[in-house]
Ligand binder design. Structure first.
Ligand code: IYR
Length: 222
């Protein structure tokens, strides 16, 4: 017999029309002020803040509620250095040889390069792993579902929680992140999904003056 979850009443918070409009504007303005940051100060982040950020990401929906994610926090300087060196090796190969001309042109306005000092300067790295499959109580391989979509949603919520805590981050994805499983001692069923340095922006940090697409380009009433 497959066990079912007990079903319990659910009460969604209700708001007046005006409140809904106000709240939706406030959320938009707040998220519109978020930018990816590539230069960090070394000011530490309280542990409880990191815990709550990860708790928030862990509320994301996932295929069959398998919650196929793990968030590894790295604060140790030696480990951060090892991660930086391994990531830069991948990135150098990418920027020097693997990148296509089209990709190079598309990246040029952002001013990124193979050098990733933020992997050492940010006080903490959150390394998100996806669990491609899971092992049940009898150590038998069981399927996870929609893993990339589920973890992508959780990372979106992580980014929102980081911004809400007054902290900055960026999504860093070296072409191959296989080195992270070994460096962090993660099991075979886990694959690194993204590296997220978290911290406070360095004083006087500047960001490229990017424009977001207008609503008319991204919203279609069909
Ligand atoms: N992973 C590389 C390259 C890179 C690719 C894209 I698409 C970006 O939006 C930004 C960077 C890097 O992290 O530099």
């Amino acid at each position: 017999m497959v066990k079912k979850y007990p079903f319990i009443p659910y009460h969604l918070q209700t708001y007046s029309e005006d409140e809904k409009i106000k709240r939706s504007y406030e959320m938009y303005n707040f998220m519109n002020s978020r930018r990816s940051i590539r230069s960090f100060s070394d000011k530490p982040i309280p542990r409880e803040v990191i815990e709550n950020i990860v708790r928030t990401a862990g509320t994301a929906p996932s295929g069959a509620n398998m919650q196929p994610w793990v968030f590894v926090i790295v604060s140790d300087s030696d480990l951060k250095r090892k991660i930086r060196l391994a990531a830069e090796l991948e990135e150098k190969e990418f920027y020097d040889h693997k990148i296509s001309n089209e990709w190079r042109q598309d990246l040029a306005p952002l001013g990124t390069s193979w050098e990733k000092p933020f992997l050492e300067t940010a006080p903490q790295l959150i390394i998100v792993f996806q669990q491609k499959y899971r092992l049940d109580e009898k150590n038998i391989k069981r399927k996870n579902y929609y893993v990339i979509k589920s973890v992508g949603i959780a990372v979106g919520m992580l980014i929102l929680a980081i911004h809400n805590a007054g902290l900055a981050t960026l999504t860093h994805t070296p072409i191959s992140m296989n080195f992270l499983r070994d460096l962090l001692g993660r099991p075979e069923n886990e694959k690194a999904f993204v590296i997220m340095p978290v911290g406070y922006p360095k004083e006087d940090v500047e960001v490229p003056d990017l424009k977001r697409k207008p609503l008319s380009e991204i919203l279609i009433w069909s």
